[in-house]
Ligand binder design. Structure first.
Ligand code: URP
Ligand code: ZN
Ligand code: ZN
Length: 476
């Protein structure tokens, strides 16, 4: 038999082309693309459907420690199951260091949490909270060498925020090793100042979370992160950009030839700060950082996606349960927004929202959708062309979409560990019906058929984008 599987009759799209062809799969890889490929052990009829590279969500948080009494809603099994139902074949969560911890031990710990539990493939970014000499001088370079080729730094959050000096030291390691630095850009002192004032004025409801982190807080930190990266001459990825002013900082840097990249997320396209105004504590369901803004910010984020200022669209999936003493309402007696765990679930809804609001509504092409959802993630984070495209030799990581299916997003359709979706009630057209990782279905016609543990850890090469500027193009 020539192939294990042939997917017949679908419309195939990559980041650059859309065409009709059959896909022949052998040993987990794409072995042929064409018409009349011959025989296979199994034939899958995809007529009337789209066959796309499986989504890669390069910004998710899974099973991260989140503070006393707070537990993240997803472990690796539930998060990767939810990812598969959302048309994803790979996720990149963070191995988060806390102060005083050995980075190597942190990584080993996340492997223990993930091993044997994943439905889709995974790879880890690192979070550097303790920029000590030992970490920067020894552990971090060794880990980059071992395939952990990107790391996130925070300019805010108690226990995580790095000083400018620490940021520069981390960026120097990135320069020496070729790793890519991801930055959470919000000004910590400004947030603390505003939070104290709001609390003193009795403004503690969830909606004041947004008031405590206004646009200038993010714009200033974005500008500063870019300036620090420019000093060191390293590429930098500004993650979860929420508004036009921060986006313009990135655009301006790009137009000056700097290797500055941007990411935005569904919450900045379809939610606003009004969502934090829910009755009682319902607003906590939307507490994430940076916060959702307003309609003008949403338009700016769409422009960033259309014009190539943003090269990746990720979920920033960071799930907590709502109606749970360990979730959004956890900190007993601590009624201020200050204590609400930051983050919202979204790994399952990222792609349907982008497809419906983007492709179906004519804001982006199908090829741009593929770039933003899969290909650019693979290129950015050292996985291309093994992952992120449909080409002979690539892993057979595929999502089969029904582009006509109309769905109203609701919690009962979700497969993760949270008890709510912040996208409740949003009507979408287009839905991923089947997801295949390395030639094996994980979700087939809406049903889970994959095995827990079939998802593998994938070490990564250096980012294409972290090579010297003349060596490669910037993905739009
Ligand atoms: O609120 C958010 N975004 N939580 C997740 C952690 C982060 O900053 O990405
Ligand atoms: Zn962040
Ligand atoms: Zn995040």
């Amino acid at each position: 038999m020539a192939f294990d599987t042939i997917i017949r009759g679908g419309t195939v799209a990559t980041a650059s082309d859309t065409f009709s062809c059959d896909i022949g799969i052998r040993d987990g890889r794409i072995a042929a693309l064409g018409a009349a490929l011959g025989e296979a052990k199994e034939t899958v009829d995809a007529s009337g459907l789209l066959v796309l590279p499986g989504g890669i969500d390069s910004h998710v948080h899974i099973a991260q420690p989140s503070g006393p009494g707070i537990v993240m809603a997803d472990d690796f099994a539930s998060a990767t199951r939810s990812a598969a139902f959302g048309g994803n074949t790979m996720v990149l969560p963070f191995a988060m260091q806390q102060k005083g911890e050995s980075l190597r031990e942190v990584v080993a710990d996340y492997h223990r949490k993930a091993d044997g539990r994943c439905y889709v493939d995974v790879s880890f970014h690192l979070i550097i909270a303790d920029a000590s000499d030992a970490v920067l001088g020894q552990e971090l370079p060794a880990l980059v060498h071992d395939g952990y080729t990107s790391f996130k730094v925070f300019m805010t959050y108690e226990g995580l925020a790095l000083s400018d000096m620490e940021m520069l030291n981390v960026m120097s390691v990135a320069r020496d090793t070729g790793a890519l630095v991801m930055v959470h850009a919000e000004n910590y002192d400004a947030i603390r100042f505003l939070t104290d004032r709001l609390e003193r004025a009795g403004r503690t409801a969830p909606r004041y979370h947004a008031t405590s982190r206004p646009v200038p807080v993010e714009r200033e930190a974005t500008h500063r992160a870019i300036s620090l990266a420019e000093l060191i001459d390293v590429p930098v990825m500004i993650v979860h950009v929420s508004n036009g002013e921060a986006m313009e900082e990135i655009r301006r840097a790009q137009s000056r030839g700097l290797r500055v990249y941007g990411e935005t997320c569904p919450q900045y396209l379809v939610l606003t700060e009004k969502d934090l105004e829910g009755l009682n504590m319902e607003g906590t369901k939307y507490v994430c950082s940076p916060p959702p803004r307003d309609a003008a910010s949403q338009r700016a984020c769409w422009q960033g996606l259309q014009q190539g200022v943003f090269s990746v669209f990720s979920s920033d999936h960071c799930p907590f349960r709502y109606d749970d003493p360990q979730g959004k309402l956890a900190p007993k007696g601590r009624t201020s927004f200050r204590w609400v765990p930051n983050g919202i679930p979204g790994v399952e809804t990222r792609l349907p929202i982008l497809f419906s609001e983007g492709v179906v509504k004519g804001r982006i092409t199908l090829n741009r959708f593929v770039a933003l959802s899969a290909t650019n993630h693979a290129r950015m984070y050292g996985l291309y062309p093994k992952k992120g495209t449909i080409a002979v030799g690539s892993d057979a990581d595929l999502a089969i979409w029904d582009p006509q299916r109309k769905v109203t997003i609701t919690q009962s359709l979700m497969h993760g560990g949270s008890d709510y979706t912040p996208y409740e009630g949003i009507a979408v057209t287009g839905w991923p019906v089947s997801t295949m990782v390395r030639g094996r279905f994980v979700v087939r016609d809406g049903a889970l058929v994959g095995k827990k543990g079939a998802g593998a850890y994938v070490p990564r090469a250096l980012s294409e984008m972290a090579r010297p500027a003349h060596a490669g193009g910037v993905p739009g």
